[in-house]
Design a protein around this ligand. Structure first.
Ligand code: 5AD
Ligand code: SF4
Length: 511
């Protein structure tokens, strides 16, 4: 673990003493300290990761938020959503209350995503709006955290063009939020703390979970280094939480009555590979989680290369392990997969799908696909279409390739014209929609177990819920059913939603 952020702070403090009169906006911080470095982040150290169990909130910060409000805007994936729950938990332990109104907020944090350029554009757009608010309300604390803060270019841009930001902190520094807030309150300078290399695992951080579904981190980071992806740099090396910590958290969620848990990791199939004292894989973890009294267990996201037979065998035991597997393929062409450094071929992927289908014939498969990777030809794209036809995914997240600075693919010639990329995305989505519709049609007349989420966002006259396979179901029923399991007969399957009728208003018994 490096503490580049700490050195930065010391340097900044010394310089502040020398230069009390200078204001934030006319100061070029980049000459004073080293910004986060993607190059350093790539270096995977051999140092052990320590696990910390002590409280992250200093005694003198425990009531600092009394009477104050916070707002966190979250961009990107479920990992970020869950990090936001941790930050909310910490802020509420310090006495802050949540608000959705920017004007009421005393702290606004942007928890950012770096996966594609458009995610970053949204954050810079929001920063533009917040500048005016900060001028009206100078006491407001503005923070930028999440994956974008791990990027050197972003930190430099914020320091130079958005100097009204008070705190920038990285994905390895989330537990330091109380300390960083203290520095922001008492200091005059922008507080920047980003460790280029990963930190330790911090247990026992408070989490503010809402509703009946919960996310549980089982591991952090990613060592796969797919050539297009920024995540291994922004989230650090793969490190797994100890099994007893994960299981204790899930048992506690079961006691609290949560109905569904999603185990989170960038590559959950690599869980346990970093333990050198025990042999315990993701399959073993799922086998233990299966025995805990939570009705539904999901996981995301999988890497096909590490998806082993032990995991398939455990998933086939079903029970609370649901029949849905998100298995990102990215491309259906082996040459492109090689350039992406995905470390499997089209054939390997299809073999894995076959094995899953033999063990769990009704498993729903979903995926992620990138179109327009550098050099992708029409023929190679056709391989993606044919793979989609063969696997028959229930749905997919599809993306146009977006070059990320510092990744190997960004150095390849991005030679597929924008129009061609857009056309491929459209053809791919059209095909996926036809298949989704056909898959859903097979459910007509079937009665399925649905976990009711509440009123539908698009139509308040109906309730929305999810099947075990995570399909959205709309049906009429009493709002009191929110949070319960019910049985719904599918009467009108569509592409994105299954419309149905409630079989009984009695909650279904989940075995
Ligand atoms: N461009 C486009 N899509 C990307 N993804 C990751 N990096 C990029 C990129 N540079 C997609 C992959 C991944 C999903 C989370 O985002 O499909 O599985
Ligand atoms: Fe990115 Fe590949 Fe890791 Fe997924 S497995 S987070 S795509 S590097």
């Amino acid at each position: 673990m490096t503490g580049c952020g700490k050195e930065v702070e010391l340097l900044k403090k010394e310089l502040t003493l020398l230069d009390e009169k200078q204001t934030k906006s006319d100061k070029d911080y980049s000459i004073y300290f080293q910004p986060p470095s993607l190059k350093d982040a790539k270096k995977r150290g051999k140092e052990d990761i320590a696990v910390h169990y002590e409280s992250a909130i200093p005694e003198d910060m425990k009531t600092v938020g009394t009477g104050k409000k916070y707002l966190i805007r979250t961009y990107g994936c479920q990992m970020n959503e869950h990090d936001t729950e941790v930050m909310k938990g910490m802020l509420e332990e310090m006495g802050y209350e949540s608000t959705e109104e920017k004007l009421d907020a005393d702290i606004i944090l942007l928890n950012t995503c770096a996966i594609r350029e458009n995610a970053e554009d949204k954050v810079f757009g929001e920063l533009g709006h917040l500048k005016t608010l900060k001028q009206q309300k100078p006491g407001l604390i503005l923070g930028v955290c999440g994956c974008m803060s791990q990027e050197e270019s972003v930190v430099n841009r914020i320091m130079q063009k958005h100097a009204f930001v008070d705190i920038i902190f990285g994905t390895h520094n989330i537990h330091r939020l109380p300390v960083l807030l203290k520095e922001a309150y008492y200091g005059k300078e922008m507080v920047v703390e980003v460790w280029s290399k990963e930190g330790d695992i911090i247990e026992n951080l408070p989490k503010k979970r809402e509703g009946m579904k919960a996310w549980v981190n089982i591991m952090y980071g990613c060592d796969k280094f797919c050539t297009y992806c920024i995540v291994p740099y922004t989230r650090g090396k793969e490190r797994s939480r100890r099994p007893h910590d994960v299981l204790a958290e899930i048992r506690d969620l079961a006691r609290q009555g949560f109905k569904e848990i999603t185990l989170l990791g960038q590559n959950v199939n690599a869980y346990g590979k970093d333990f050198d004292d025990i042999s315990y894989s993701f399959g073993d973890l799922m086998d233990d989680v299966r025995k805990i009294d939570i009705p539904r267990i999901r996981f995301t996201t999988s890497h096909p290369r590490d998806f082993d037979d032990r995991l398939i065998e455990v998933l086939a035991k079903r029970g609370n392990l649901v029949e849905h597997i998100h298995l990102p393929v990215q491309s259906g062409n082996t040459e492109v997969l090689k350039l992406m450094s995905r470390k499997y071929s089209r054939e390997h992927y299809l073999d894995l799908v076959r094995k899953i289908r033999v063990a769990i014939p009704d498993a729903m498969l979903t995926t992620d696909i990138i179109v327009g990777f550098p050099g992708e030809t029409e023929e190679q794209f056709q391989d993606t279409l044919s793979l989609v036809r063969e696997v028959r995914y229930d749905s997919a997240f599809t993306f146009i390739y977006s070059p990320r600075d510092g990744t190997p693919a960004a150095a390849m010639e991005d030679n597929v014209p924008e129009e061609v990329k857009k056309d491929r995305l459209k053809r791919l989505n059209d095909l996926l929609n036809v298949i989704s519709r056909e898959q859903n049609e097979q459910l007509r007349g079937q009665t399925l177990e649905v976990l009711v989420e509440g009123e539908s966002r698009t139509n308040p006259d109906v309730l929305a819920g999810r099947t075990r396979t995570n399909k959205l179901v709309h049906f009429r029923g009493s709002k009191e059913l929110a949070g319960q399991f019910v049985q719904v007969t599918i009467t009108e399957p569509q592409t994105w939603v299954l419309k149905g009728e409630l079989v009984t208003s009695q909650p279904a018994k989940v075995v």
